[in-house]
Design a protein around this ligand. Structure first.
Ligand SMILES: NC(=O)c1ccc[n+]([C@@H]2O[C@H](COP(=O)([O-])OP(=O)(O)OC[C@H]3O[C@@H](n4cnc5c(N)ncnc54)[C@H](OP(=O)(O)O)[C@@H]3O)[C@@H](O)[C@H]2O)c1
Length: 252
């Protein structure tokens, strides 16, 4: 079997994983953050868990990318730059900004995310620098331009919305407050909305089934979680803004 065929199978495996994850998350909310609960095995600090589980998205992505024949071509380098803009922030900046006051994460959850990130890094990096083919004129293609713009807008929304959450707590605090400002005016989880835009943008900018599989997986993972967060806020805060949606402004 050729590597392209194996890659294709792994991409389809990710679509299947997305369907499974979507169904499972309506039965069981992923037990981290406000939904943490006992029974998921040994735990590590949430900060360390974030660095460890996201690290393949930087390190494995870079290793696979640099093994590709098109590693020094213009478009693969631009695409890798967009990917790394997100994942350098997520892996090495975000975990040191959260005010988790000693909160833990189950090692089993971090391990699942680690394996997912390995698979995702491989299918996307290998596509961009080896299996896909992008001439320099791709940089002017409307699919690249709209995808890259969506990714950058999504990234700004994601980082800005996470920043509002982080600032709700003073150092050492661990409780929850109603977030306000930015897109919180419209939805309970604009950080997830930004993330959805980013990977939809990536799917467009790479015009690949690997990119689409990741965008679909992100939606399968984050939409049920956003609905769970939204219900959680409504149940705990009597004054929770009634007009707020869960994740997509005015829609859902
Ligand atoms: N691509 C993907 O599939 C994927 C999957 C998961 C996460 N992510 C991204 O990773 C980032 C973190 O995800 P997450 O699920 O941990 O997000 P989250 O539940 O919104 O929490 C983000 C941070 O803010 C704190 N926080 C949340 N709501 C708060 C409130 N009302 N008051 C005070 N503090 C609050 C959380 O503390 P606690 O931890 O103590 O609750 C956590 O430190 C997001 O940007 C998300 O988009 C991406």
């Amino acid at each position: 079997m050729t590597e392209a065929a194996v890659h294709g199978l792994l991409v389809w495996a990710m679509f299947a994983l997305a369907a499974l994850t979507f169904a499972a998350l309506f039965l069981v909310t992923a037990p981290y953050g406000r939904h943490s609960r006992a029974g998921w095995g040994p735990e590590v600090s949430a900060r360390l868990a974030w660095v460890l589980m996201e690290s393949p998205a930087v390190l494995a992505f870079l290793a696979v990318f640099l093994l590709g024949a098109q590693r020094s071509a213009t478009v693969p380098l631009v695409l890798a730059g967009l990917w790394l803009l997100h994942y350098l922030q997520r892996t090495f900046v975000y975990p040191f900004r959260i005010r988790s006051a000693g909160r833990k994460m189950a090692l089993s959850i971090a391990a699942m995310a680690f394996v997912f990130n390995l698979l995702n890094a491989y299918i996307n990096a290998r596509w961009v620098s080896q299996l896909g083919s992008y001439g320099v004129d791709w940089l002017l293609d409307p699919r690249f331009l709209s995808g890259a713009a969506l990714m950058l807008i999504g990234w700004l929304i994601n980082v800005h919305s996470d920043t509002i959450l982080v600032r709700l707590r003073a150092p050492g605090e661990s409780g929850y407050k109603i977030p306000r400002g930015g897109l919180y005016r419209w939805v309970s989880c604009p950080n997830y909305f930004g993330e959805l835009l980013e990977w939809l943008g990536w799917a467009l900018a790479t015009w690949s089934t690997a990119g689409l599989a990741f965008a679909v997986y992100t939606a399968a993972n984050l939409v049920p979680r956003a609905l769970a967060h939204h219900r959680w806020y409504q149940e705990r805060f009597d004054d929770y803004p009634a007009e707020r949606k869960a994740v997509v402004p005015l829609v859902l």
